[in-house]
Design a protein around this ligand. Structure first.
Ligand SMILES: *[C@@H]1O[C@H](CO)[C@@H](O)[C@H](O)[C@H]1NC(C)=O
Ligand SMILES: *[C@@H]1O[C@H](CO)[C@@H](O)[C@H](O)[C@H]1NC(C)=O
Length: 197
């Protein structure tokens, strides 16, 4: 009788230990897992202010001439394509952004990225560039533009797809007008309308 009791107790202990370890291991694993997504209070990102809308105006200089060009052709016109629209051409840019139309006016940032001639039927560019600002409290903040630029139209419009720093959660659009151009260099006026926090 006592032996049997002891054995029962022993098996009970064994069983409960087993249950204990098997229930404790999932919670141990839980501490080791990483959450892929969670919702957070916007205040934690200092987004408690109202979204604001601002209008920025500056001039974009595409300089292909001289010894220090800011825009270089990295994919020249494919010779086998006989189009009048430069289809296939790709330029990489690090173009100055200035407050006024003259290159000597105040530098407020650079437009870094590329444009590609992406239409076979008309002269139209695909543009992917980031405005890296250096002016005042916007120094270090960026706005990214991605879109179609029908460069021969009087006014063109491209979307803002996002931003960093002061421009986190940016959305909006840029309207552009060619200010002056010759065969190599082009100055374009940018009016940027952007919502941000
Ligand atoms: C290109 O096309 C034009 C008109 O479409 C034609 O006159 C010209 O001969 C063509 N050039 C070549 C190199 O095929
Ligand atoms: C912008 O910020 C950088 C890095 O903090 C600094 O070196 C630079 O002088 C600033 N430029 C202007 C124009 O304030």
């Amino acid at each position: 009788m006592p032996t049997q009791h002891f054995l029962t107790f022993f098996f009970f202990l064994l069983f409960s230990c087993n249950t204990l370890t098997s229930t404790s291991s999932p919670s141990f694993e839980k501490e080791e897992t990483y959450d892929f997504v969670r919702s957070i209070d916007p205040k934690l990102l200092h987004l408690n202010n109202q979204e604001k809308l601002s209008h920025f105006r500056f001039f974009w200089h595409d300089i292909m001439s001289g010894k220090n060009p800011t825009s270089i052709t990295v994919v020249p016109l494919p010779l086998k394509l006989n189009t009048t629209t430069s289809f296939g051409l790709v330029n990489i840019i690090d173009n100055p952004l200035t407050l006024g139309p003259k290159m000597s006016s105040k530098l407020v940032g650079k437009a870094q990225g590329l444009y590609a001639s992406a239409s076979k039927d008309e002269f139209s560019l695909f543009m992917a560039m980031t405005f890296a600002f250096i002016e005042g409290k916007y120094n270090g903040s960026t706005i990214t533009i991605l879109g179609r630029n029908s460069a021969l139209n009087k006014v063109r419009e491209m979307p803002i797809v996002g931003g960093t720093g002061r421009f986190r959660f940016a959305r909006g659009y840029a309207q552009t007008k060619t200010y002056q151009y010759d065969s190599q260099d082009t100055t374009v006026e940018y009016n940027v309308y952007v919502f941000y926090y």
